[in-house]
Design a protein. Sequence first.
Length: 339
Amino acid sequence: MTVHHVAVLALDGVTPLDLAIPTQIFTARPETTYEMTLCALDTKVRTTAGFALVADGGLEQVRAADTVIVPGFEPITAVPDTVLDTLAEARDRGRRVVSICTGAFALAAAGVLDGLHATTHWKHIDDFERDFPAVTVDHDVLYVDEGDVLTSAGVCCGIDLCLHIVRRDLGAEVANEIARGLVAAPHRDGGQSQYVPAPVAVAGEASLSGTRGWALHRLGEPLTLRVLARHAGLSQRTFMRRFTEETGTTPLQWLLGARLGRARELLESTDRSVDQVARDCGLGTAANLRLHFRRALDTTPTAYRRAFTRLASRGPAGSPDPMARTRTRTRTGAATAAR
């Protein structure tokens, strides 16, 4: 399998958590073909936490990479021209260019985001929209996928984006395995508006994460709003309101996304028939599974299985997502599936 080189470019004032996310997810491991290098202009890089990091690579390694990731940095000041030129060159050569959080400011300054949709941390999104009018800003998303240019919202949304990239490259089974190792959700639902301070906070109410976890182990069973509300010990109306507040989506949209995710994993990792996969993931019939696959992924279950069988044999380098449209703005798996 071909090695896929990932360069994580740490700018001066890099945010440690933003940096840790891609270096953890794209580190070399048996189930992937990634080879990750931490790159910077100088050997030592200052972080926002007051300590310095030592980088193994420079801009030469960035130029040689298949994927370039720019984590967030502060303060958001002028980025050196050499960095901007390198990012623009990567884009021109068809390399995948990615930002986490305020790293989008560097991509925008390099012209990489011109004419595209993008996002960044909600605290800085108004400044971003003002400073880069050539970019269409998506305010309420966790990440945006424009094919070979991807941007994430604030900090932990970088986990969502990096797992999405692994899912594109190597399939849901590998992405889910990495997510389990991180003790992170394979995908989250809703947009970053659920994390913006609200005028009235919900207090004294337990999270519905227990009910969501219970449902994930029973996707093949009939799961109605009434069944979910009963498990949570709430009225349907209260459950609907609380669920939407926590996840940014409705229970049925969330279920659809979870079931499609399970179907993708079964298609990749088993030889079960499409009818059996549809039953096991709770979508009932092969016709229903095909309908939702077409709406969410613009492909069929059979084509998806065939594409990821080929992908597993050659790795991600130079191979775009076999299902992805040329321009796909992605909020989350469930929200996309619900369209």
